[in-house]
Write a protein that binds this ligand. Structure first.
Ligand code: CP
Ligand code: NVA
Length: 309
């Protein structure tokens, strides 16, 4: 989303297909350059502040390393240690931090809080996960699919399990990349209003059903995620209701023979996915994790308005 002259990266549906394709191309180029030992100092002396209100392994490490590889620096901040936890507003925090740093990446559950921060900031803001969306993850996922199988447009994708932030960003991506996304979730955890609206808007590119077997039938890509996202409270009940949605070898056998399996991680082995699937030959979960680094470097360059070629 470009607010005035600011390049915020908040949600996949803030972008056009061409803009995201441009970033994915940059990500691929930066990955290739890194493999050749070339670390272009495109963000030399830029400082990215990272605020984490919740836990993270991949997001924090990949943004940190990505900035360093591009010549920049990072500040790792925990919401708990900031005055945010003593009720300083997001808007005031954004205004103050904008005086010190060149960009802000934040993981915060409330999407409304993210928008409040972005509205008040005078530097680019990047969404590192909210309860509504996880756009950086989906950039890595798109990149990973295309590395293995080529152009994702027209691909048949099955989402199986909970309806959450990662699904929401996938729905937005399916619409832009014209994929055939079939979403199998139990009635008890059907999409919230906001996600439902985006599924409806996606039209023929996203279909909501209940039966996981029907969703996976003939799929090119099968995706799941944890049954208990950050902020969820009813863990035991979720595990009970979502049990039939486990991605195991039986379910995977209904997909195309060369179907890929994705999971943003962290995985809860034995719940949403079995060891056999996540460690099996169709799984590309660690490529996804690696590509967080490359995709986010492209997002950072876009946010800073830096050409990578
Ligand atoms: N996939 C993902 O965002 O992982 P982390 O929670 O470890 O950052
Ligand atoms: N849906 C998960 C993703 C974690 C990266 C969560 O929000 O906890």
């Amino acid at each position: 989303m470009t607010t005035g002259s600011l390049n915020h990266f908040l949600s996949i549906d803030d972008f056009s297909y061409a803009e995201l394709r441009g970033m994915l191309n940059q990500a691929t180029a930066l990955k290739a350059r890194l493999k050749d030992g070339d670390r272009p100092q495109l963000l030399k002396d830029k400082v990215l502040a990272m605020i984490f209100e919740r836990q993270s392994t991949r997001t924090r490490v990949s943004f940190d390393v990505g900035m360093r590889q591009l010549g920049g620096q990072t500040l790792m901040l925990s919401g708990q240690e900031m005055q945010l936890s003593r009720e300083e507003t997001l808007a005031d925090t954004a205004k103050v931090m904008s005086r010190y740093v060149d960009a802000i990446m934040i993981r915060i559950l409330s999407h409304a809080d993210l928008l409040e921060l972005a509205e008040a900031a005078t530097v680019p803001v990047i969404n590192g996960l909210t309860r509504r969306a996880h756009p950086c993850q989906i950039m890595a996922d798109l990149m990973t699919f295309e590395e293995h199988r080529g152009d994702i447009r027209g691909a048949k994708i099955a989402w199986v399990g909970d309806s959450n932030n990662v699904l929401h960003s996938w729905v937005n991506a399916a619409e832009l990349f014209e994929c055939e996304l079939t979403i199998a979730v139990p009635d008890e955890y059907s999409p919230e209003k906001d996600l439902m609206q985006d599924i409806t808007r996606a039209g023929k590119y996203a279909k909501l059903i209940e039966d996981p077997r029907e969703a996976v039938e003939g799929a090119d890509l099968v995706i799941t995620d944890t049954w208990v996202s950050m902020g969820d409270v009813d863990a035991a009940e979720r595990r009970r209701v979502l049990k039939p949605y486990q991605v195991n070898t039986n379910l995977m056998s209904l997909a195309n023979k060369d179907a890929l399996f994705m999971h943003c991680l962290p995985a809860h082995r034995g719940d949403e996915v079995t060891d056999e699937v996540i460690d099996g030959p169709q799984s590309v979960v660690f490529d996804e994790a690696e590509n967080r680094l490359h995709a986010q470097k492209a997002v950072l360059c876009w946010a800073f308005g830096v050409e990578t070629n």
